[in-house]
Design a protein around this ligand. Structure first.
Ligand code: 1CP
Length: 349
């Protein structure tokens, strides 16, 4: 257990310790971002998205903005999962309107150009951001760090950009099994080092985003998603005993039942497609559940939003639950809908 004086006052950490609290603590994936006018204004102060992520002054402000506006129960470090390939020496950039661009890894020669260990010095602005955010946060707000799961990060490293179905990485994994395994192993080691430094800098929990695991058949899911996440959690726990880990294996379907137990995660982020009452009944007892409002219901607002929130809250009564979306908030989401969501969550105990 990582003890801190504020632990008992932080609802999110109490739930991660296994307590069922009503109303549940709430934060939203991608809660810092383009739906906030103050984020859009801040974003203009950096020439590129990576420079923004590596500028502690700006990243601290971006992390705090949604806390100041909405009073969420947790802040999530403002950064991106693709700082990891950047810190392995791969060329990474973000083009506005086109998302990330990386120099793709196509063969063993490209792989050999990566560093053998992650460059933690390059990531030092991220750790500075964490330390500064920690000092600025109200005492009841927890700070969450994160990384991408190896499969999801590798899918960008292989394709060189986002893809709807991760076909380049899936094919690569079949055609070049040993090489792909080496890439995954490298990311496991680098992610442990990276998360460890996030914990040292002050995060109280970490989330591992596996946004693209859902496209894989069972054996590939086991090999490229479940086992690497398990290895990261084991490695991190050996260095930071008691750190809380939330796994978010988006699209994992029936794998969700024992995913936390098998990987050692404390909590499981449920994606939008998961039926809340199914998860409450079928995911093994002892797993804290997080989720899973449809980001489009939040965007639409009104009655759809009200009903969806109620359904989720009701399904998880009596189980440790963290209210969240089933995927990241969309840039078009009206602020008033986030306010309505929070009012509804807080009024019905
Ligand atoms: O300002 C901008 O326009 C850049 C948009 C943006 C933002 C706000 C990107 C580019 N990343 C982020 C921040 C971010 N990314 C956070 C910040 C903390 C918070 O949640 O508030 C986090 C946790 C992420 C994680 C992330 N990045 C994931 C996993 C979660 C998910 O949404 O599935 C993934 C897949 C990425 C890659 C990425 N970074 C940015 C974009 C547009 C993408 C997706 C690219 C694609 O596949 O199309």
């Amino acid at each position: 257990m990582i003890e801190s004086p504020g632990r008992a006052t932080k609802k999110l950490l109490r739930v991660l310790d296994g307590e069922a609290i009503g109303p549940p603590p709430v934060w939203l994936m991608r809660q810092a971002g383009r739906y906030l006018p103050e984020y859009r204004a801040l974003r203009t102060k950096a020439a590129s998205f990576l420079e923004f992520c590596y500028n502690p002054k700006l990243a601290v402000e971006a992390t705090l903005q949604p806390i100041e506006r909405f009073g969420f129960d947790a802040a999530i470090l403002f950064s991106d999962i693709l700082v990891v390939p950047d810190a392995f020496g791969q060329k990474v950039s973000f083009e506005s309107g086109h998302g990330p661009r990386l120099t793709p890894i196509t063969d063993r020669d490209d792989f050999a150009k990566l560093r053998e260990t992650i460059d933690l010095d390059r990531l030092s602005p991220v750790f500075e951001t964490i330390t500064r955010v920690k000092q600025a946060l109200p005492s009841h707000v927890a700070l969450i760090g994160f990384c991408g799961a190896p499969w999801t990060v590798a899918s960008y490293m292989i394709a060189g950009h986002g893809t709807p179905d991760q076909m380049p990485a899936r094919l690569f994994a079949y055609r070049h099994r040993a090489l792909f395994q080496d890439l995954i192993d490298l990311l496991v080691t680098g992610s442990i080092d990276y998360l460890e430094q996030q914990v040292v800098a002050g995060v109280e929990a970490v989330q591992i985003f596996d946004s693209w695991g859902g496209v894989l058949p069972a054996d590939e899911f086991e090999r490229w998603c479940l086992q690497p996440v398990k290895a990261i959690i084991a490695g991190l726990r050996s260095r930071c005993p008691g750190v809380k880990v939330i796994a978010f294996p988006r699209g994992a379907g029936s794998h969700l039942v024992d995913f936390a137990g098998r990987t050692g995660a404390d909590a499981l982020g449920l994606d939008t497609a998961v039926v809340p009452v199914w998860a409450a009944e079928c995911v093994e007892v002892g797993t804290v559940l997080q989720g899973n409002l449809d980001p489009l219901a939040l965007l639409a607002g009104g009655q759809c939003l009200g009903e969806a929130v109620k359904q989720i809250k009701t399904a998880f009564v009596g189980r440790p639950h963290i209210f969240n979306l089933g995927h990241g908030i969309l840039p078009e989401t009206p602020i008033a809908h986030v306010e309505a969501l929070l009012a509804q969550l807080r009024e019905e105990a």
